[in-house]
Each structure stands twice: as C-alpha cells, then as structure tokens.
Design a protein. Structure first.
Length: 381
C-alpha cells in the first residue's frame, strides 16, 4: 500500500505523536507499505529514515506555511492509495475535496479546547469535559465547527482510548467510523534496580516524581500544593518535576519559597526519565485531561507506585486500590493523603506496583501494529 502520512510534528522533535510515528512507520514498511511523510520542521538527513520525508519550514508566516503544506499534500497524495493523518486534519480535509483519497485520522484530543486554552479564549481552568457543553464565543464556536468538519471528513477516526473516542462521537461523528487503538509501550531497556537507580541519582529521601508537559491542564501546580502538605508529615520528602512548557515560569514562582524541596528539571532525554521513574517512591499525574497517559504506563513498567486523577484515559489504565491510586481531579487534599499513604506503607504500595506491571500486555507494540495495519487495509477496501 502506498501511504501519505501527514503530521504537524515529526522526529526528531519531542512529544508523543513524533515518537509514535517514528516507531510505527518502519513496522508498516516491513509489512509492504511505501510511505511518504509530509510534516513541518527543519531539514534532516533523509538517510535517517527508510521512507521519504518532506518538511515545511516553520520560519514562514502561518498562512504561507499552511498553503505550502496543502500544496505538498496535493502533490504527494496524488500517487498514494490512502492518507494517514496524525492529529493535523485541516489541510488534508481541504485538499482531499479534490483528491478523494480514503483517509485515516488519529485524533488524540480536542484541538479547539487546547487552542482556546492557550490563547485565553475560555475561562482559565475550564476542563476539556466542561468545554464540551459550555457556552462559547463566536470564535471558539468557529474553531469547534472547523474541527468537527475535518474530523468528519476522515473515513476512519482512531482514538487512543475509549474516553478519547467519546469526545469524537460527542462532536456528532458516527460511532461506526470511530475505533479505539490503545497507544503502545516500548520496553524500557537496561533498567537498573531501584537501589542502583537511587544511588546513581544520589537519592536518599522520599521522592515524589511527576513527568508531564507543563501545560495548565496537567495540574502540576496542584501536585506542588499537595506536596507542601506531604512535607508536614515527611519533612525530608522532595518533589522532582520533569518537563517543559508554557507553565514553567508560573511554577518557578510557585516554588520560590520551597528551597530545594522542589526541583524543576525541565525536559530530559528518555534514559534520564526512565532512571528517575525507577528511583521514585511514587509517580503522580494529576491532570484534568488525558487521552491515554503514556508516562503512567512507563511508571507502571518501572514498578513504581502511581497516583492519577480521575480524568479521561487515566481510568482505563489505573484501577483504584488494585494497580494504583485514583483521586478526584479537584481534591488536592486527597492527593496529599494518597502520596502520604504510599510513603508510609511501602510494602502495600509495592504490591500495587507489581500488580500494575503485570497488566501491560494490552499496550504492546505488536497489538498496536496489527490494529493499524488492519484499519488501513479496511480503509482501501
């Protein structure tokens, strides 16, 4: 099958979508696919990939780069059997009015909500669930209509969780065209023992860890405020935050009086993240929205106890009381109590972590590749 893959971001850029495609596309090539990727970014040596990659520079003004992206899709997609879109559906849907190619769209969230949040078009702190039913300004409603149109233009929509699928069907997309394929988890290679990881990182104190993009909906500020309460019971405990994003400066201000109790490490390469995951006493993700929380899966693979909010796809990964702790996304006191419980009862916490690590088969790469291959074959039939 000849396939045009369109994505707003691509390897070697960081983030979930670039990593996902970089891992998936070689697997499809082994199954007989011919692939041409169209994306944004600077040029990279084409010998890095076993497929063609055309990049559109972001240095141009947005209207010009969008036009160039659309024209490139038109040129490349003329010669393919199908188009595979990774969460960047507008230019494909527009060009496909001419091409009429069968299209598969992977939708991981709600672009209209994320854009409106970033640009302060909606009240600060409005969750993705509240956004679905709230009354909005004309510009937000226009953005939602555009999103609904380009999503409906795809023959098949892939969601990474049942929760994400429910968002899409809530926009009026036919549920028969929406299917769930869980994101996959790469095995962490050369993972040291917990004791060795703690020695390597000079950790001799209770460590709470969170790894997330520092966006408002990730709730890192709530984790910090809950941690202050935890320190009242465990004065030597420390919190490490790995990640970068628009909330970084706000979080720096929030921790200014906490000394070395909280450390913002910024973005880190995967091998560093994995070592911290292994060394931590507890991993926390307290977001108000998650499609499918990949960092939680990695923490579970590292056999570290996990605490999550009751938001989105978190509930499809963590079973409260069995494989971790689930806390109401607005309950900072409940979060502090759960963290204190993990630190105070390490044996029972380790038992939940062990149970979690034994239930990761449904997030295997072999299962994901089979599901995408099947969906694409159905698409062209």
């Amino acid at each position: 099958m000849r396939l045009c893959v369109v994505s707003g971001t691509f390897h070697p850029e960081p983030g979930g979508p670039p990593t996902f495609l970089y891992r998936l596309l070689p697997e499809l090539i082994q199954r007989g696919y011919t692939i041409h990727v169209v994306t944004y970014g600077d040029r990279v040596d084409p010998t890095d990939y076993p497929y063609a990659v055309t990049r559109i520079s972001r240095s141009q003004p947005i209207p010009f780069r969008l036009i160039q992206m659309s024209l490139t899709i038109l040129r490349v997609a003329r010669e393919v059997d199908a188009i595979f879109v990774s969460d960047y559906g507008l230019p494909v849907a527009t060009i496909n009015l001419l091409l009429r190619k069968p299209t598969l769209l992977k939708n991981v969230g709600d672009f209209a909500w994320e854009f409106s949040t970033r640009h302060n078009w909606i009240p600060r702190g409005q969750t993705i669930d509240e956004f679905q039913t709230a009354t909005h300004s004309p510009r937000v409603n226009f953005l939602r209509a555009v999103q609904r149109w380009y999503t409906a233009a795809a023959a098949t929509v892939i969601a990474p969780s049942r929760y994400s699928a429910s968002l899409v069907t809530g926009w009026g997309i036919d549920s028969n065209r929406v299917r769930v394929i869980y994101n996959a988890l790469d095995p962490i290679q050369n993972l040291p023992s917990r004791d060795q990881a703690r020695r390597d990182l000079h950790i001799n104190f209770p460590l709470i860890l969170t790894v997330a993009r520092l966006a408002p909906w990730k709730g890192t500020d709530k984790v910090i405020r809950a941690f202050v309460s935890v320190r009242e019971k465990f004065p030597t405990a420390r919190l490490i935050v790995i990640g970068d994003g628009p909330e970084y400066a706000n979080l720096q201000s929030l921790i200014s009086d906490l000394g070395d109790a909280v450390t913002l490490l910024g973005a880190q390469p995967p091998h560093v993240v994995h070592r911290y995951l292994r060394a931590a006493d507890v991993f926390v993700l307290f977001s108000t929205y998650e499609g499918l929380p990949h960092t939680v899966l990695e923490a579970m693979q590292a056999e570290t106890p996990v605490i999550v909010s009751d938001a989105g796809g978190n509930l499809e990964v963590v079973e409260n009381g069995i494989t971790g702790w689930v806390v109401n996304k607005r309950d900072e006191a409940g979060l502090a109590a759960a963290v204190a419980d993990v630190i105070a009862h390490p044996e029972s916490a380790a038992a939940r972590a062990q149970a979690a690590s034994s239930k990761l088969d449904r997030f295997s790469w072999s299962h994901l590749v089979n599901e995408y291959d099947h969906a694409l074959q159905e698409l062209i039939q």
